[in-house]
Design a protein around this ligand. Structure first.
Ligand code: TXA
Ligand code: MG
Length: 319
């Protein structure tokens, strides 16, 4: 496999039905032709993802976005005016041309226009949108660098397009509509408050739709080492003094003889910086032999909500 900057070679590979590692501003994706069932099947296979978990279509223009959907709510128009290109995915009724394999048989398609110069340049060279889930094997941590994609897939992927470190570092926020009301399906890199400033309060998914709701696999984004959440890190360190610990904090540093790795996500206490560093920090704990990772609960506002969502999922134990 090659980490490459050669966009034209990558475009050719995609036109021939191939799969690549794609940089975006959120996380890297595993991308292929979103209108080609065979390419979609190859993505599911590579990711080892159940076919019941649908993929996002990445578009390079509004025209392309509208070619995929049968209806376009007025609020969708408002949101894309404010936030596209950017880390916002919209779930809208799909058109016939969208393969059932992309949406796992559901009647809505997830669409976003990524805000990354390399991704946009690539999309500009292609006559089709790109299906792309995050470029991690099922249930593992999403990659925020080309090197991490390489570490996951090696020779199984012909190209990873180099796009630097992802500047957002967590996945897009997903919004859809139920009975005309906007619903937040996945908290993400675009804070809920910013969306609400444009279209008003968001609803939470009805429980009947929760099964098919996005990013909702219970355990997700998880390091191999067991992780727990704590409001009071100092106290939790005391409670686990016989164990080899990793600590993930917002801004403070903690020390004790049994802390083998200390990761604080933003010395300045900046939530955007913390989100950007989150996945690489989680990944780094698996480089050390630890018994337990203690992660601090973040403030429940803005990107803090997104970080807490990911940490809660990382703390779910496999049955
Ligand atoms: O930031 C992102 O969104 C990244 C980058 C690569 O764009 N992509 C990403 O994809 O996070 P993925 O597949 O890891 O997460 C997308 C979520 C999935 O949990 C999936 O269930 C949901 O979106 N989803 C996609 N299409 C859907 C649909 N038609 N209906 C319901 N949920 C859908
Ligand atoms: Mg994912």
């Amino acid at each position: 496999m090659a980490i490459t900057k050669d966009i034209e070679a990558v475009a050719l590979h995609l036109r021939a039905g191939g799969i690549i590692g794609l940089p975006t501003e959120t996380v890297y994706g595993l991308a292929g032709n979103a209108l080609d069932q065979v390419a979609i099947a190859a993505i599911y296979h590579l990711k080892e993802r159940p076919a019941s978990n649908p993929l996002i279509a990445h578009v390079g223009s509004m025209e392309q976005a509208k070619s995929l959907c049968a209806e376009w709510p007025a609020e969708a128009e408002l949101l894309v005016k404010h936030f596209w290109p950017g880390p916002l995915t919209l779930l809208v009724k799909k058109k016939e041309v969208v393969p059932a394999a992309l949406t796992a048989g559901l009647d809505r398609v997830a669409i976003r226009m990524p805000n990354h110069p390399v991704a946009l340049a690539l999309l500009g060279l292609l006559p089709f949108p790109l299906a792309a889930p995050s470029a991690n094997p099922y249930m593992r941590i999403s990659p925020t660098s080309a090197l991490q994609v390489d570490a996951y897939f090696g020779e199984r992927l012909e190209y990873v397009l180099e796009g630097g470190i992802c500047e957002r570092g967590v996945e897009s926020t997903i919004i859809g509509w139920e009975d005309g009301k906007a619903v937040l399906y996945r908290p993400g890199a675009l804070p809920q408050e910013e969306i609400e400033r444009v279209i008003g309060p968001l609803a939470m998914p009805a429980s009947s739709t929760a099964v098919v709701a996005p990013g909702m696999a219970k355990r997700h984004y998880a390091p191999q080492t067991k992780l727990i959440l704590a409001n009071d890190i100092e106290q939790s360190i005391k409670e686990h003094d016989g164990l080899r610990l990793g600590i993930l904090s917002f801004s403070k540093t903690f020390s004790a003889d049994n802390i083998l790795r200390m990761q604080s996500l933003s010395k300045q206490g900046d939530l955007r910086e913390a989100a950007c560093n989150l996945y690489a920090a989680l990944q780094s704990f698996d480089e050390v032999s630890l018994d337990l990772i203690i992660a601090e609960v973040f403030p429940e506002e803005g990107l803090g909500r997104t970080i807490n969502d990911r940490l809660r999922r990382a703390s779910v134990e496999l049955e």
